[in-house]
Design a binder for this molecule. Structure first.
Ligand SMILES: Cc1cc2nc3c(=O)[nH]c(=O)nc-3n(C[C@H](O)[C@H](O)[C@H](O)COP(=O)(O)OP(=O)(O)OC[C@H]3O[C@@H](n4cnc5c(N)ncnc54)[C@H](O)[C@@H]3O)c2cc1C
Length: 489
């Protein structure tokens, strides 16, 4: 049977399994499903919308039998990294947004089990409705994105959820041939430990592992008693010194602190968050080449004051304007969709009235280039300088945010443009290629796949070989695209 005949037979089988309404084959629906914030990636042959875990397994069995590729997404809002975009092969998109249950909430141990369609907004509402005292996770991508989708990409969250993947406790998966797998034994008493006994398994299924995740158990932090935000403008020319000082601070401070540094274009792209308002002048603390932002949280005024005093003492040599927001009760608020404002920076026709923002639908151009760098001031500053110069040379505003850690920082460079401006789109794509090449020469690689692919050089050849062998065993028919190297033939 030829390839087209295999697809046609599979579509018939998927229709009889899910019902015609849950198998999208019309050109407009397929195009809409893969519409992203930048061009690239192959199209969707069809979009499958299962409503149950068993249907996910049955969909995969059909694909496996006919050797057809499938690309799973949760809510498909991976804006700036590929949206739904499936990578180089034409695929059946397996969209899991109908699996939207919060399956379990253990308030005492602080764990929650969610399906792929549970969004950050719906999880926060669920926690509030259950009277939970847990801190709901959130990211800058807003309330309508999937918790599972973000965690699987090792997303960067706010506050205690900076490293979303670090919160994973257990996964329920379906392998490409339809076999179900649980990374925890059912009924195991220690199912909230970070890993079970034996080799670490959860990590194999992050950032494009060979399985479809149907539910995920996540650790939830307790909501703190108080929080405070501190902004400070850096003196010119001291970025490297600030990064070294921040490393020492973050390695020693017991808890309750994140530190970010943003350059002026990145601050301006987000200012004001309300696009309808005329931009007021930047306050002094934000009006420099680089601005530091410390988010603090603690369970008492004394602890919060002590952490804040350490930040002020450590940064005072490098800061020239401070803005200390008043301490407030509870966890820092999630911020709603305000983080998406930068995506609309060059889009004159903004979100249609009454609809939540969706940069892909609204033809906003967004591409992230986000290398992970060592927290060594001079080394990181060299890469940041290369990033800013490459973006400026291509006529792209060099919007850069550095999300600092104790040993590694994530340099998140945002390329924003209007997708209806073809010249701007060409510049942005050329700029992204140049960023990848310049930074690879400095040994800096994106921390997260773009269009489901990881650059080969970013992973040691021996690890690529190991993953290819594992992949060959788990997905011999190439149903799911491997993120490293070539798809299995
Ligand atoms: C202005 C702006 C701000 C942003 N801020 C942030 C931020 O602060 N932090 C951040 O991390 N990101 C951010 N993003 C990027 C992105 O929008 C988010 O990471 C978003 O959460 C990912 O979309 P999603 O949750 O719908 O994931 P999806 O698109 O559903 O999934 C992403 C990918 O994960 C894999 N996947 C998803 N579900 C499954 C599954 N069930 N089984 C197997 N594989 C699966 C697939 O490869 C899929 O393509 C931002 C984007 C924009 C435009």
């Amino acid at each position: 049977m030829g390839r087209d005949a295999e697809w046609a037979a599979a579509v018939r089988a998927w229709r009889s399994l899910l019902g015609a309404a849950h198998v999208v084959t019309a050109a407009e629906g397929r195009e809409r499903a893969v519409r992203g914030t930048f061009p690239g990636g192959a199209g969707a042959r069809c979009v499958l919308l299962p409503g149950h875990r068993d249907e996910v397994a049955a969909c995969l069995r059909i694909a496996h039998r006919r050797r057809l590729p499938v690309h799973p997404v949760s809510t498909g809002r991976n804006w700036g990294y590929g949206s739904v975009g499936p990578g180089p092969r034409e695929v059946a998109v397996l969209r899991l947004s109908r699996l939207d249950g919060v399956l379990d909430l253990d308030e005492a141990l602080g764990t929650v089990t969610v399906q792929p369609g549970v969004t950050f907004g719906s999880l926060a509402r669920h926690l509030a409705g259950a009277g939970s005292r847990r801190w709901p996770p959130a990211t800058g991508a807003g309330p309508d994105t999937s918790v599972v989708g973000n965690v699987l990409q090792r997303g960067l969250g706010s506050g205690a959820y900076r490293d979303m993947a670090a919160q994973v406790r257990a996964l329920e998966l379906v392998l490409p041939d339809g076999t179900p797998v649980r990374t925890r034994a059912p009924g195991a008493t220690a199912d909230c430990a970070e890993e079970g006994p034996g080799p670490s398994v959860n990590g194999l299924f992050l950032q494009g592992g060979p399985a479809v995740v149907t539910s995920l158990t996540l650790a939830l932090h307790p909501a703190p008693e108080r929080h405070q935000r501190v902004l400070f403008r850096l003196r010119d020319g001291c970025l490297a010194a600030v990064l070294d000082a921040a490393r020492e601070l973050l390695q020693r401070v017991p808890a309750g602190l994140t530190l970010d540094v943003r350059n002026r274009p990145r601050i301006t792209a987000q200012w004001p968050a309300d696009p309808a308002a005329a931009p007021p002048p930047l306050p002094a603390a934000l009006d420099g080449a680089w601005t530091g932002c410390a988010e603090l949280w603690a369970d008492s005024t004394g602890l919060l004051d002590a952490t804040r005093d350490r930040v002020l003492a450590r940064m005072s040599a490098y800061a020239e304007h401070w803005h200390l927001q008043a301490p407030a009760p509870g966890a820092p608020p999630a911020g709603g969709s305000r983080g998406l404002a930068c995506a609309y920076r060059h889009k004159p026709a903004r979100t249609p009235d009454g609809l939540p923002p969706d940069p892909g639908r609204d033809r906003c151009g967004v591409l992230w280039f986000a290398p992970a760098l060592p927290m060594r001031g001079a080394d990181a500053a060299r890469v940041v300088d290369a990033v800013e110069r490459a973006m400026t040379a291509h006529g792209i505003e060099p919007c850069v945010a550095l999300r600092l850690g104790a040993r590694v920082l994530h340099c998140v460079a945002g390329l924003f443009w209007d997708r209806d401006d073809t010249a701007a789109e060409s510049r942005a794509l050329a700029c992204h290629r140049r960023l990848a090449a310049d930074c690879a020469r400095l040994g800096a690689y994106p921390y997260r796949p773009l269009l489901a692919r990881v650059p080969e050089q970013a992973v040691d050849a021996s690890v690529r070989e190991l993953l290819a062998r594992l992949w060959g065993a788990v997905d011999p028919r190439g149903v799911l695209s491997p993120p490293h190297g070539r798809p299995v033939p």
